[in-house]
Structures are given as structure tokens and as C-alpha cells.
Design a protein around this ligand. Structure first.
Ligand code: UT7
Length: 323
């Protein structure tokens, strides 16, 4: 028998305010057609004034707990992937722990930008496999609207806010690729590319800063690195693209999503796509897509899922799991 980190529940939260592409036309030299054609984005949600990453993370966590039929005090650990914490410290995860009324266990944040949820899943898997936790809430939550430069048309039209959560639980498996739960993970980073996507502020500068991106340079790395990490994760899991039911990619750009699916030899009707409705929500994009994909009836129990992401660092990775 082998321990597996299995999905027990999933949930998400999106802020009420929806901003269509056309809204940017009033203040920027841009248009709906360019944004749709170059990125696939049609609209995004922006947090209300005073609405924070921890508020959204807690709402997604509650939805995942309710989906699992589980109480907060049955959870051993909370891991939150975010690059937009409420405060420099304490972690968003401890804030959510308090908000959920969970007074035991432990909670911490992971910062790997858009690859954050993949890193968080991999860490949660390691905690479960090593027996340090039985149930782990893994959350991706972001308020990227707070770090946009609203005069920079090349970035501010691309990002959105939101949160998604999975509750993972230790279950016995057979040790085969037929098991439910996480079957493999693959993490990578290469700090030589740190200047392609970064925020020009932080504690040591005394400012929050704004997101800066050389989008076309990031694009050049994306398809190749995503297809490569997904292939490595599939090999580790002992599965091939023919076995896969769904790719659930990081939702940054429809052209990256299409290019990666093509490289993996999978048709777009096996890809969960939410980028048109959410924009790029960084670490929140994968759990949002998993939750929406499940709600749409696309993802079903037993489905084999490959999920992958790349972002600032560069940091990238993939997880293979059976739902
Ligand atoms: O999630 C983290 C990882 N991030 C990503 O994966 C993002 C990866 N990159 C991308 O998604 C794409 O590179 C973008 C959507 C950011 C840009 O698409 P692109 O096809 O790479 O366009 P580009 O940056 O090469 O820009 C083409 C043109 C430029 O004008 P010139 O120099 O050709 O005259 C830009 O100035 O489009 C211009 N442009 C715009 N035009 C209208 C840039 N932003 C806009 C805009 N509206 N919002």
C-alpha cells in the first residue's frame, strides 16, 4: 500500500466586480480586439476596495471544506500560494487559519508567483506522504489588481483577482497509476530569467511596486518549458498523453495554452480554459480552473489530470493527479 494525497473538496471565490476589456479603452491606447486576439482574455474580476487576498482565500477555503464535508478543525495544515499577501507578515495562511477558527496545526505561504499553486501542491503532497499531515488545505489567492501599473497597457489588461482551494486528504492507494490522488510532481526554476517578470518594489525599497513584464520573452520560454515539465511529470507517474483526461493549465494566455496542448498531442476539448473569464490570476488560476472545471461537469471522479504553470523567477512545474 502507498499513501496518496487525494482531492476531497474543491472551491473558489471570485470578486463581484467584473471588468470587460472595453473598460480599458477609456484610459489606454488599447482595444478589446487586441486583448482577445493576443491573450484570449475577455474580462476579469477585480477585488473591491478593502477586499484582501486573505478574505478571498478564506472564502475559497470555506467552499472547499463544505464541498468535502469537513470542518476546519479536522485540517492539519494550510498552504497558501500568493505573491500579493495582505501584509509583509504574518502569512496569509495564518490569517486564514484564524478566520476559519482553526487553532491547531500549522499554516504558511509559498511564493513562486504563477507557478505557486504547483509548488504548494507539491509541498502538501510531501507533507502527506511523510506523515506530517493528514489533511491539507492548498489555496491559491491573489489580488494582482493592487500591483498593476494602470498606465502600462502591456501588463494591466492581463491580470485579475480571485482564489481557489483544494482540500487534500491522505488515503491508501495501490502504488499504481490507477490510484486516485497526486501521482507525481515536477518543480523547476531558473533565476537567470528573474528580470523578465518582477515587481519593482518590496520591503527593502519601502514601496509596494508594480508588476513589470517582458511578455514576449516570457512567452518564448513558456510553451517549451510547460510541455517539458508536463512530460517529465507524466513519465514519473507512469502515464502517457493518451491516458490523460484533462490538461488544467495556468491561465495566462490562450496561445500558450493551445501551443502547450499541441506539443503534448492533446486536443483543446481536453483542456480546461477559464482565461477568457478570469484573466491571469497568477497562483489562483489553477485552483480556480479546477473548481470551475468541476462545476462545469468537465472534471469527474477518476479523471487523470495534468496541471502545469510558469511564471516569475522563472519558476515552473507540473503535477499529475487522478481526481
Ligand atoms: O503568468 C505569468 C507568465 N506570463 C505569461 O505567460 C505572459 C506571456 N506573454 C504573453 O502572454 C504575451 O507576450 C502578451 C499577451 C503579454 C503580449 O502578446 P505579444 O503577442 O507577445 O505582443 P508583444 O508584447 O510582442 O507586443 C506587440 C505589439 C507591440 O507594439 P509594436 O512594438 O509591435 O508596435 C506592443 O506595444 O502590441 C503592443 N501592445 C498593445 N497594443 C494594444 C502591447 N500591449 C498592448 C495592448 N493593446 N494592451
Amino acid at each position: 500500500m502507498t499513501l496518496r494525497a487525494c482531492v476531497k473538496g474543491v472551491g473558489h471565490y471570485l470578486p463581484e466586480r467584473i471588468v470587460p476589456n472595453a473598460e480599458f479603452e477609456a484610459t489606454l491606447d488599447t482595444n478589446d480586439e487586441w486583448i482577445r486576439a493576443r491573450s484570449g482574455i475577455e474580462r476579469r474580476h477585480f477585488a473591491a476596495e478593502g477586499e484582501t487576498t486573505s478574505n478571498m482565500a478564506a472564502a475559497a477555503a470555506r467552499a472547499a471544506l463544505s464541498d468535502a464535508g469537513c470542518e476546519a478543525d479536522q485540517v492539519d495544515a494550510i498552504i497558501i500560494a500568493t505573491s500579493t499577501p495582505d501584509l509583509t507578515f504574518p502569512s496569509v495562511a495564518t490569517m486564514v487559519q484564524a478566520e476559519l477558527g482553526m487553532h491547531t496545526g500549522f499554516a504558511f505561504d509559498i511564493q513562486a508567483v504563477c507557478a505557486g499553486f504547483i509548488y504548494a501542491l507539491s509541498n502538501a503532497n510531501a507533507l502527506i506522504l511523510s506523515g506530517q499531515a493528514k489533511r491539507v488545505l492548498v489555496i491559491g489567492a491573489e489580488t494582482f489588481s493592487r500591483i498593476m501599473d494602470w498606465t502600462d497597457r502591456s501588463t494591466c489588461v492581463l491580470f485579475g483577482d480571485g482564489a481557489g482551494a483544494l482540500l487534500l486528504e491522505a488515503q491508501e492507494g495501490e502504488g499504481t497509476a490507477q490510484d486516485r490522488g497526486i501521482l507525481s510532481t515536477d518543480l523547476n526554476s531558473d533565476g537567470r530569467h528573474k528580470d523578465l517578470l518582477y515587481v519593482d518594489g518590496g520591503v527593502s525599497t519601502g514601496t509596494t511596486g508594480h508588476l513589470r513584464m517582458q511578455g514576449n520573452q516570457v512567452f518564448r520560454h513558456a510553451v517549451e518549458k510547460l510541455a517539458s515539465t508536463a512530460t517529465t511529470a507524466m513519465e514519473r507517474a507512469g502515464v502517457t498523453p493518451e491516458d490523460v483526461d484533462w490538461i488544467v493549465p495556468h491561465q495566462a494566455n490562450i496561445r500558450i495554452i493551445q501551443g502547450t496542448a499541441k506539443k503534448l498531442g492533446l486536443p483543446m476539448d481536453q483542456v480546461v480554459v477559464t482565461v477568457q473569464d478570469h484573466g491571469n490570476t497568477s497562483a489562483a488560476s489553477i485552483p480556480l480552473a479546477l473548481s470551475v472545471g468541476r462545476d462545469r461537469g468537465q472534471i469527474k471522479p477518476g479523471d487523470l489530470i495534468v496541471t502545469e504553470a510558469i511564471g516569475g523567477g522563472l519558476a515552473w512545474g507540473a503535477v499529475v493527479l487522478r481526481w
